[in-house]
Design a protein around this ligand. Sequence first.
Ligand SMILES: [Zn+2]
Length: 215
Amino acid sequence: MLRLIWLLLIILLVLVIVQIRAAAPPRTYLITVPHGACSDPIHRDCDRAAVAAADAVERTLEAVLTQTLDGNDKDFRIVRMNYTDTNVMRKMLDMNRTEARGSEWRRRVDAFIRGTPRLEWVIDVHSFPASAGGTFAGMNLVILDAGHGPRLDSQSEGMSTPRMTTARASKKNDILNIASKANRRAVLVEFAETLDQPGLERYAAEVVRGLDLSR
Ligand SMILES: [Zn+2]
């Protein structure tokens, strides 16, 4: 009888372990595009290359994660949140600013950042026009506010690929703020709108290469 009880206990223990393993959430990566909704082909009212750049980042990240994660911990998911509402454009309400916190899109983004277990990275993707000056002049990739905590060390120190730089944003990026407060690693990347498709792919690879994907 005692032996039977032991056997049942062991079976129960095994079932509990199997259950816990199955319930472990996958590593999650969030890519946000707050300025991707374009309504006007002439006036600049959006980040014109941001969606294409985010696509390139997503493809590269997926390929790299598929290659590098292995064993019992290879499950991952990449979640994309593009802002798409052309009725409320950036000049009315900028989705990357504090004022937008109550909007439907931001409520979704913020809740996801705060509530998702194992959210490894938040990658906020933007683009800038050829006319952009200051830090952006002549650059193909600008990484803003890497000092929020996470940083792209390989770029900021190595600079092996030309026309990339890190800089401080002139205004606070609120998606990064939310991520920072929730103790999530986050980065804001700005791609030049002059880049062609191979250029976008190349610099997307630089972004992914700079992320610490190991933990
Ligand atoms: Zn932007």
